[in-house]
Design a protein around this ligand. Sequence first.
Ligand SMILES: CC(C)(COP(=O)(O)OP(=O)(O)OC[C@H]1O[C@@H](n2cnc3c(N)ncnc32)[C@H](O)[C@@H]1OP(=O)(O)O)[C@@H](O)C(=O)NCCC(=O)NCCS
Length: 262
Amino acid sequence: MSAAGAAGAYIWLNRGGDLHRTFRSVRRDVAAIRERDPAAASLLETLTCYSGLHAIMLHRMAHFLYQQKLPVAPRLVSQFNRFLTGIEIHPAATIGEGFFIDHGAGVVIGETTEVGDNVTLYQGVTLGGTGKETGKRHPTLEDGVTVGAGAKVLGAVVIGENAKVGAGSIVIHDVPADSTVVGNPGRPVRERGRKVGAADIDWTHLPDPVADAMESLVRRVVELENEFKDAFPEKREEIEKAQVEGERVIEKVFDYYHGQEK
Ligand SMILES: CC(C)(COP(=O)(O)OP(=O)(O)OC[C@H]1O[C@@H](n2cnc3c(N)ncnc32)[C@H](O)[C@@H]1OP(=O)(O)O)[C@@H](O)C(=O)NCCC(=O)NCCS
């Protein structure tokens, strides 16, 4: 094919920008492996030894053909992908950039799945339907989600940004952003970055009933002393002297109790 023919074919294929987006996504997928897997020693090793990368490259091709509304061909590429990598991704599934399937094998991604950017899946993950729904029936994974080995995320649930699904979990409900779910059925162990079940205590300002009782006693004594000063004017000087000395001692005690705050 001449250069002009090749350029023409590229322009025609890229008429909706799909081809350009596909190439950009593949570049980001390669970079994601090198960022997220310390075992990825070189570019050559990444390109040749990661079946997760081969799977997403073939999926991007199948998805491109699907976008061109070609019959059968997208499914054929998807089946070839499954044969080669053990990973089955429906050509219609939309997958963002920087996608990484670590260790590959046994991953299934259904037709109406939507995956954001920088998502990581481990081996054996299913993003599937419950079998009861029609239309949108597969999960939506927002940016930065990680799904552990063997986990099953079922139905049109939304896994929020940067959420984690523990290895072996079965998730059938939405998961909020920055949360972690584990087990079957998936239960949250971390919600919006905080450990679930941990008491929300401000350890530096704990209530101190002894200090509170002392404070109220001192207040009461000062009130009595003031009443005394009025009742016995001849003792006023003596009482005031004792009050100054008492205040000095009490302040020291409260400084100790309140961590030097008073
Ligand atoms: C869930 C996970 C992300 C850890 O998240 P985390 O917020 O740091 O959770 P923690 O380690 O603090 O554990 C919190 C609780 O969940 C439990 N837990 C953690 N992972 C779990 C899992 N996969 N299944 C069931 N329970 C799990 C812990 O035992 C702990 O329980 P406890 O509070 O009763 O003691 C991690 O355990 C995991 O499963 N990662 C997937 C990694 C993977 O698939 N690797 C494959 C490499 S080949």
